[in-house]
Every structure is written in structure tokens, then in C-alpha cells.
Design a protein around this ligand. Sequence first.
Ligand SMILES: [Cu+2]
Length: 515
Amino acid sequence: MPDHQETVMTKIDASVQGKWDVAVANLGVIGVHMALLNTGKVLLFSADHHDYETMDKGKAALWDPATDSVTHSDLSRHLLCSGHCMLPDGRVLVVGGQAYGQNLGQFLRALLGRGRGVDHDIHTFDPVTEKWSRHADLPRARWYPTCVTLPDGKAMLVCGNWNRIVAQIVERLTGSDRFGINDTFEIFDPETNTLTAPQPFLKDIGVYLFVHVLPGGFLYVHSWNKTRLFDLNKQEWIPQVFTMNSPGTRIYPAPGTSVLLPISPDNAQPARVLIAGGSTALKPTKQTPATDRVEIFELNAQDPGQSRWRETTPLAHRRFVSETMLLPDGTLLVLGGAEQGTGDHNHGAVLESERFDPVTETWQTLARASIKRLYHSTAALLPDGRVVAAGSTGHEWPPAEQELRLEVFSPPYLANGPRPVINWAPPQVSYGASFNIDTGDAQSIQSVAFVRPSTTTHNNNMDQRYVGLKIVRGNAAQLTVIAPPNGSVAPLGYYMLFIVNTDGVPSIAKFVRVQ
Ligand SMILES: [Cu+2]
């Protein structure tokens, strides 16, 4: 009898708060960098956690959540500190890697301009062959860069330090953390695997900027507590600078998370970006409390200068170095992070996750994870609707903590009844075209969405987006929906197609290429 009661309690709990389970006890790789591939496997990569100094060494693993199997591969380069985004053909573009100067010898050589780090490297990972390729180097190093896939499927590379050693010396001497950051961008062409020459971008910016393509053709660029907009159609900056209402930085070294909120099926709502957490100070120290403030940026596409930041309901927990995931039902999950500090000098791990409803703008506190996710931690939505959390080098790194375990979160919707099933969906669709989804559950479907797979590091998920699809017809066996209208709504590439029933339960996703 007590056993039975316990089972019932657990079940009720999971349907309200969700539940966490350790999925892999030792991945062999610290999941500092993570990408969900269109094969359904998860790519995780990092430094060799026994040797952070050697430039020609790294570790990667592929975890298949469907079979729970792991395969390992050694990397010939130290790809820790790169930035990455998804190309239209499903390859992951990895920009940069570790800077030279990991020990005194390297530091002195770097000062003399000898020796080169991995921060000039360009790699791609092919999900089909499961192989890495190295392409022609960047013209100038980018350590802690951001990569964004543009509407046409080309990738834009921004920010990052061009010489980390010089930047750190200047910071020691002057206190300024703004020296040595690239103020140019390059475009990577996936057809030729080549880069354009550098062109002017923004001055006075940080590293690992938050950059999103907004519907209507604007690039959202967020540094510290300020946002700029670039008009992709006119190829010009909007002159206004949009400052957040609450104080403190939202990017590295005390990042919150920036997420483009779900794009509604008819694209009727203005584009909105949410930033949750971060720091209460612009230059955080070990003692600085993280923020619990949450703000929403509202794009005014007709008059972009009138766009604005406004505050919404705060988090239950102050946190930075957390992750935020878009879920198939259009809600957001915030997980992990710490209550105080900066970078790896952090204290007060937050284990409880929280869920945000973008319609009511309210938060619900969910289950506690068993594993701390601090600096260098990552998370990704899986095709089965669960969320995997990886990585973390904890506190005062290296090498105090090296978190090698994967833990998965099953959101409450997975305990809310049977899942709808996609029997068939087209492997590729064109912009604006209608297409059919074979499902016996068509009558009970309330929403259909494309969710772009995560590529994430340093709490900067450079790819994820949720694009609602309009349902035009449904009968006993089939749903007809309309593909996204253009590349500013859904940049070229692979998406997870989810159908969600009236109980809020999502299907297992099918990968569909938008082209
Ligand atoms: Cu790092």
C-alpha cells in the first residue's frame, strides 16, 4: 500500500513539476559546447579535460537520446571557447576555439607574436558522416565569438577577442574590459566554405553577444544592457540604442539568457525577445548578486526606433549562467545557474527550474535537478520533448569541478496522457507552401510548430527559435499546415516539427528541412 501511494504521489508530482533523471553517468566530455543534430543525436565537445594547454587536442562525444548510446572521438584541435550555429544542410559551423597563452611559455610567445591559438580556426561537423572538417582560417582571431544563421542560410560571425592576451593585460592595467574585441563581421558561405573579407560591425561591444534574426528582417544585437537593431533589408543600423530598465550586464562574464519568444502562426504579434537573469552590476565581481529581473524587448517593425524594453514578472530565483529552452508547447524553461558572482567565481547553485508562459507572462517553479549547472554548462531540447543539461566547470576553474554527467528533464506535459503521433511528414518544405502531416490524432491537435535545434555554449543558444505553423485543415488522418513565409521568420535549415494536443502533450518531433 505505501508503495502504491508513493507511485501515485510521484506521478502527480511529475505532471505538475516535471522530473529530472541522470541519463549518462560519465560522458567522458565536459559538455561546454552542445548541438542537436538533425539525426537526433547530440554533439558535445570541449577541451581534453586532462590537458587544457595543448592546442592540438580536444574531446567530443555523440549521445543518441533515442538509444542512450554514446560514441567518443578525439579532436585534433582545442575547440573550447568557440561559437557555433547550424548551416542549412545540417552541418554545425564552429568558429574559433581556445586562444594561445594557456601557460607561461605560450603567454610569452603570444606576447612576441609567435604561436597561434585555435581562435583563428573554422570547422564544420557533418551529422551524416559524423566527421569534422577544417576550413580556411579567420583573418583575425575570434575568442568567444557569436555566430548567427541569416535568413539566406549564410552565417554571420561577430565579436570575440582578436588577442586575448593583450586584452587581459589592458584590463589588468586600465580596468577596461572593452579592449581587443573585434568590431567587424565576416559572412561564411556554406556553398563554398569560405569567408567574406571583414566589414564594419559595432564598436564598444562585449563578447558572446546575443544575436537573433527577428521576423521582418532585423538583427537583434545585445551587449551588456543595451540592444541595437540592424535592418538586414536596408543593410543599415537603426540609430536608436535600446537600454534595459533594470541595471547590470546580461552577457558574459555573468550572462543571463536571451530568447526570441515563440513566433505566432500568423506572425501577427510583434517579435519579442526575453532576457531572464544575468547580473545586477555592469562589471560584476565574485560578490555581485545575480538578478531575478526579466525583461521583454518588443520590436516595432513599422517604426523600429520605437521598439522598447519593458519589465515582466521576475524569476523566483536570482540566477546567471543559466539556460533557457523553448519547449514544443510554446512555453520556456529556465534551468541551472548560480545566485551570485561572475564567470567561474560563482556561489549558490540554483537547482530548481522555472517555466514561463509567454501568454500570461507568469512563472511556475518546477522540479529540482540533482546536478549543479554553473559556468560552462549547456542545455538543449530533444526531439522527444525532454531537455538535456550538460557540462559545468563549477567554481574557480580549472580544474575544480569537471561535470561529466548528463541529466534530462521531463517537463510536466510528458506525464499528462498519451502523446499524439506524427506518422509521416515531408522531409523538406518550401517557404509559404502548405503541407500535410499524417496523424491519427489530427482532431485533437491545438498547435503545430517548428523548433530550430539548439547550438549552445556559455549560456548563449545561437540557434533556437520556435515558429508556430498555421493549421488550415484537419481530418481524421491528416493535418494541413502552412510553412513559414520567409527566412526572417525561419532561416534556412532543419527544424523539429512538433504537433501538440489539447492536453498540451507534444509528439515526438520529425526533422523537416526548410528550403
Ligand atoms: Cu569559457
